[in-house]
Design a protein around this ligand. Structure first.
Ligand code: HAM
Length: 430
């Protein structure tokens, strides 16, 4: 009996075949392009860190989703479920050398031990855009602008996506007014964040766990459930939050000036699940609300300090590739990224293979993408292969000293010219 085993990929992970890889690269390249044009610089961090980095201030939800392990030296480590704590750690390590504001972006591969479902996997990519070292709401506005800049570039309109903007301090102030104790605050926020994602019974249970009375739950839900048109009146009605009220109003003014307010709206339900947020928070959803969040972020002014650094303002967001790809497919906005090749070099009957190899090498030397058939077969079959490979043109080699044919595979037009002329043209255009 054979001991061969058919080992499958792990649930919640993805294989990237060339077609998938092209899409993944297109998404990451577009994230990079948009980040750079908005003045952000790229960074990265290790794929695993000390476990404590992720448990200190991210909250129970993330902690429960960690892939953690002990190394041979007995150290507790974890694969990164997000990059924000690593970012704060890196900034702390060079806090005096880095000119502020620090505007950085990254496209890390992350792992979370979630229950895989539509839009949620156990391994994914996430675009991170953060500004550290500024308390100004302009930094929040710039991050939101950058997210919308990307959404707009890939063809999504305000009919397709919405940035729902909330304020943690607003909800905290309201909870305080309702008599909720400080010690219960984090858990109360977690319950409110989970509310749209869980059943009414499960929500009631979470609120009870946080120590909220039925009256408090009723009052905060009533406060959050007002129609959007009344949302700013809600802010005016909450006492003791002048700075936070101004931030909300200024954010809107900035986003209007930047021309992206049509993508945004206030929605006080948004409080975010991660424990480190302290100010404006937001999530990006498909307009129909049928998918999970495409992106989420906000201000986290204490994280750098909690990790041993100074108290400096920080704000940013993460956008995952999984829901984004589903949304783009639903909206028919995925690019048609076929495999690309500039030239497929084929030989005409009597031509020796060595000449084909020579021409292929000369094109490649000049930076052109060139390939050829491993099989010696007739011109028709080689042309078919050239088409199958998505080549823009076929280069037909006929023999030493003879002119070559360049066949445009899109329209079938063919021109003949000396090999030297073709190569010197390549020299000039590359
Ligand atoms: P997050 O809300 O946990 O925030 O994740 C942001 C986005 O990453 C989500 O909206 C979703 O698109 C994607 N995402 C999260 N988990 C998964 C998963 N299991 N599978 C697929 N996609 C997922 C953060 O991670 C914060 N650190 C973002 C941030 C940066 N805040 C400030 N700066």
């Amino acid at each position: 009996m054979s001991d061969a085993k058919n080992i499958q990929s792990v649930k919640g992970t993805r294989d990237f075949y060339p077609d998938d890889m092209r899409l993944r690269n297109w998404i990451a390249d577009t994230w990079r392009e948009v980040s750079l044009r908005n003045g952000f610089e790229e960074y990265d961090a290790p794929i695993f860190e000390y476990l404590d980095l992720f448990t200190i201030k991210s909250g129970d939800e993330i902690a429960a989703q960690l892939f953690s392990f002990t190394d041979r030296g007995g150290r507790s480590l974890a694969i990164r479920p997000e990059i924000t704590p690593s970012l704060a750690r890196m900034v702390n390590a060079r806090i005096n050398a880095l000119p502020r504001p620090i505007k950085w972006f990254s496209v890390p591969r992350l792992c979370r031990a979630e229950n895989p479902q539509r839009g949620r996997l156990r391994e994914f990519f996430q675009w991170n855009v953060d500004v550290i070292g500024s308390d100004d709401v302009l930094a929040d506005a710039e991050c939101i602008y950058t997210a919308v800049d990307f959404l707009r570039q890939v063809g999504l309109t305000p009919d397709d996506v919405v940035v729902r903007i909330g304020s943690r301090p607003l909800v905290v102030h309201k909870l305080r007014q309702l008599g909720v104790a400080e010690a219960a605050m984090d858990q109360a926020l977690v319950a409110l964040d989970r509310r749209p994602k869980i059943s009414a019974e499960a929500f009631a249970e979470q609120c009870a766990k946080a120590g909220l009375s039925d009256e408090q739950v009723g009052a905060i839900c009533e406060f959050l459930d007002v129609p959007e048109t009344d949302s700013l009146q809600q802010v005016a009605a909450v006492e003791g939050m002048d700075g936070d009220r101004n931030a909300i109003l200024q954010l809107r003014t900035h986003l209007e000036a930047m021309g992206v307010w049509p993508y945004c709206r206030f929605d006080w339900h948004i409080v975010r699940g991660l424990a480190y947020y302290t100010g404006i928070v937001y999530e990006v959803f498909d307009a129909a609300g049928s998918l999970r969040a495409v992106a989420g972020g906000g201000r986290y002014d204490n994280l750098v300090e909690v990790l041993g650094g100074p108290k400096i303002g920080a704000t940013g967001f993460g956008m995952g590739d999984v829901v984004l790809a589903i949304l783009l497919k639903d909206k028919d906005k995925l690019p048609h990224t076929a495999g690309r090749l500039d030239y497929f070099v084929i030989d005409d009957r009597e031509c020796p293979l060595s000449l084909v190899l020579q021409v292929v090498s000369e094109i490649r030397k000049r930076g052109g993408q060139a390939d050829f058939s491993y099989k010696r077969q007739n011109t028709g079959k080689q042309l078919k292969e050239a088409n199958r490979r998505g080549a823009a043109a076929a280069v037909i080699v006929r023999g030493a000293g003879k002119p070559i044919g360049i066949k445009n595979l899109a329209n079938g037009n063919q021109t003949d010219q000396p090999l030297e002329d073709f190569l010197s043209l390549l020299d000039k255009t590359r």
